[in-house]
Design a protein around this ligand. Sequence first.
Ligand code: SF4
Length: 522
Amino acid sequence: LDADPLAERDELPPLDPAAQQRIADAATHRAKVLASLVGLFPGECVEISQRNRVADREAATLVAIADHARFVINPQLPRDVEGGRYGRIDAIMFDGTGYVPILVVRHKIIDPGRGALTSPVWDPVVGGGVDLTRKVRSQPRDQMRLAHTWRMLESLGSAGENPFGGVIGMDPEIVLWYNLTLKVWQGNKSALTEYDERFADRLAVANAAANLEPALAEPSRILECKYCPWWQVCEPQLIERRDVSLVARGDDAVLLRDAQITTIDQLAEQNVDAPLESFPNPHKFVDAVIQARAWRAGLSMIRRGEVEVSRGEVEVDVDMESFGDDGAYLWGCWVSGDDMGEAAGYRSFATWEQVPTQDEGRSFGEFWQWLMALRAKTKSEGLTFRAYCYNELAENKWMYASADRFAGMPGVPTAAEIKEFVESDDWIDLFRAVSEQFLCVKGKGLKVVAPVAGFHWRDPEASGENSMRWYRDAVGMDGNPRDDAQRTRILEYNEDDVRATHALRRWMTERANVELPLVSAL
Ligand code: SF4
């Protein structure tokens, strides 16, 4: 579509503010890392000014390469006309034989473990050495970008003898090295082989579109559609042809098409007692068929059986807000049930100092002590206590992380205390309850599911991504003044999130069994 001159692009939506913010954050991170590289190697870096025209940047890059500058920062490699390639990379590094690409990213590239090839950023050696404390976190896109630049360097005759690419991520102390010829990709392929195949495919698709030849690709729903500006062009096409990917996206749709099942109607007609053999999981196939039937019936949720949720006499809905990997700044709770000396309704435990901050430990400690006191009091009265969240992965991660980071601060529990709670019957993950008991045609996110239960957020822009933007303003990030209105907005958003889980589980207990048909009815 990008290459198709006739594609309807007048009405394409602009990038949403959250995506714009991500791009701006990544640019700031890159600039910081590259500046520190220049600081570490004064006299060995040639910086290509981004303010100059492309032709001037290319010329300056070629001069730096001819001079064997150790680092060329923000190089502008000439377009590889024959290969059909162009693109940008953050730096290239000379290793005595030629250049290797260096990419700077704002995501995690390593995890605790061993086996990654790394070198310290102040002594970057191509290929590095085996790291005994870090393992690679799989980031295929990083490797594709390195392979792309490697081919551009090759076409220029400037690639080194060592087919490596380096990545500097959130930990600015190390460079992670990928051997681009190592056969570690599926099908015994190297990153370069995988890249070559993908690139040839994409180039053929783009060329056909650019030359107005018969299309070599057509829309099929994948995970990325959610953020793709072309969705408003693709979705009507998919709906018009009742495309199977509307209910079975990604690789599942590919498998179904291979079996000549291309429409929702064809999928809905399949025999659930004879799952398609090529499907890796027969249950998944049956679910896809049922979802197709639900789609045809205009249903967004159906139940697998009798719906039930464990309930307590005192109940607390919990939702935590974090800012990326920096910290958890807000623990919001909605109390309901018997009067235990606690007023029903919303309370929050927050820090409005920019995370990461020690004050997070204070707010987390207060949250934990309050929750555990209510739990203990409830039990001492002989009543049942239940606390709920929607997808415990996030809440549990930050509870354990906070216990670790703020150990010893008042009210902060030990990891063992957290384990006792999260593994008890008192802590319930509603996301898991929804996943196990329903088939959801339009997704299982709280923002999709809670409206079926009749709940709606007050803020029309309510979303996790947008709350990140509001948080920046609320704490006065980037040197801006604090915006108290955004603080209020976040608190209301968080309150609505916990009210949403409250509404959802009440609906699951009281109405879902009446309002939703059973899978067997389809
Ligand atoms: S909306 Fe989806 S199918 Fe359409 S171009 Fe974007 S990613 Fe591809």
